[in-house]
Design a protein around this ligand. Sequence first.
Ligand code: NCN
Ligand code: DMD
Length: 340
Amino acid sequence: MTAKAPFSDLNEIRAALANLPQPDSEALAAAQARNGMLTKPPAALGRLEDLAIWYAGWVGNARPNLENLQGIVFAGNHGVAAKGVSAFPIEVTVQMVANFRAGGAAINQLLTAFGARTDIVELELDRPTADFTEAPAMSEQDLVAAMAAGWEAVDPKAGLVVTGEMGIGNTTSAAAIAAALHGGGGEAWVGRGSGVDDEGLARKRDVVDAGLALHADALSDPLEVLRHLGGREIAAMAGAILAARHHRIPVILDGFICTAAASVLESVTPGALDHTVAGHVSAEGAHSMMLEKIGKEPLLSLGLRLGEGSGAALAIGVLKGAIACHSGMATFGEAGVSGG
Ligand SMILES: O=C(O)c1ccc[n+]([C@@H]2O[C@H](COP(=O)([O-])O)[C@@H](O)[C@H]2O)c1
Ligand SMILES: Cc1cc2nc[nH]c2cc1C
């Protein structure tokens, strides 16, 4: 099932970002009360308790189940890849999409292992974005189309959405977005991505700085940051995360690139990511700094730097544990256990 995006230009995207649903306060209060009655010392389940209450609030059910889990992998190609900023050639994007469709990638295994389905959305792979050191990466029409594709990929009936991506060159784009939104330059935000050597790393920093300089006049507006420095899969993730908010579907964010996409929404409207949690902190060096900037504490830290949604998929396990305890445990009264 899909729902059509409620926008066809940038102003309508701004309107969708200005008018965000909030969690169900009654369900939140009831989940909080239930949490206090469960057979454990107060707060003994640590962040699992916060997670379950957060989830209950967004789905509007104080004793929820976790079902109909949707993983979406967005793929896009980047003109800036021609600048030698990746350890891999650009054709790997389309080849990996074929691998996703055949079920052979890490994300297929992880989403299946945690009971989620895998949807693949490729965004005009034969038409890479413009190299952002020479021109804006996308036209307004391209940006709106990519965000709409992201919005429309979300199943309005999903109980959870996990957003991931694939795109050779996209850690360069994500670093540039992070620099433009959060301050600093290539030095602060660029890492090795899929594994560039020292020369590649230096080139990548210069490329980010060149993009920031070329588009300096446009970068005070977060959606223009996304248009000038982003990519279609990054814009699509932003659209999907925004759609999930409007459908009140909780989201688990993935790594460096996904967090850059999410940062755009948070920069437009503080609180726009309240329906999301950070699944993990990636081994891409500046990811932890980006998470701090958006006020998110990652659930996992496993040294992953794969993307695809892999860290978010693994974090489904943590959320499942949280909800199983919250909804399945006995209360002190039910179990006849004495309170403290
Ligand atoms: O998610 C992350 O934190 C992450 C960190 C490093 C690399 N990646 C993946 O690697 C690809 C981009 O790497 P690169 O070197 O081509 O920019 C892209 O397909 C991402 O999914 C992803
Ligand atoms: C093989 C390969 C798989 C990936 N998955 C996400 N990004 C990737 C980059 C490469 C190079």
